[in-house]
Design a protein around this ligand. Sequence first.
Ligand code: APR
Length: 169
Amino acid sequence: MTTIRLVQGDITRQSVDAVVNAANSSLLGGGGVDGAIHRRGGPEILDECRALRASRYGKGLPTGQAVATAAGKLDARWVIHTVGPVWQGGRGDPSLLASCHREALRVADELGARTVAFPAISTGVYGWPLEDAARIAVETVRETPTDVEEVRFVLFDDRAYEAFARQLG
Ligand code: APR
């Protein structure tokens, strides 16, 4: 049985087995969560991302998929990078946002991770409305069979926290 917890704070300061990164398909860093994880996690993460680009993901990580690297200096064992869909004025595909959560849990299970921290994927630069993203995130975690014992949604501000809290009821 997976417990879902909400925390308001910085995902790079969480002590968990795996931290989920809201990456882009290049896997070479960016702003938001991606920038914070690389900044605090250090170059080891980018080194492994570059190795993934040079091997399995020559064309980049497709939207909705997930891949793990080491976590460098983060208080975690792994970073699970996933690429959320862009809202595009409502043309974004919600099944891809669900896939980000399902695939991140699948990778977590492969690793044996028992505690996993998720950001509010796609709700920043990618523009996805918080209410809808929170609904998709919570519903997907609730309906995905996994050995992960704790899913921790780490929300950066109270607007995001409230949106997720409304989904948990
Ligand atoms: N901890 C937790 N949440 C954070 C943090 C942090 N340190 N920094 C930002 N957030 C929140 C944002 O407020 C937003 O609610 O994470 C959510 C996701 O925002 P983004 O990081 O912008 O991710 P996303 O919308 O999925 O866009 C991905 O942004 O940073 C680039 O390289 C990334 O191109 C990719 C795109």
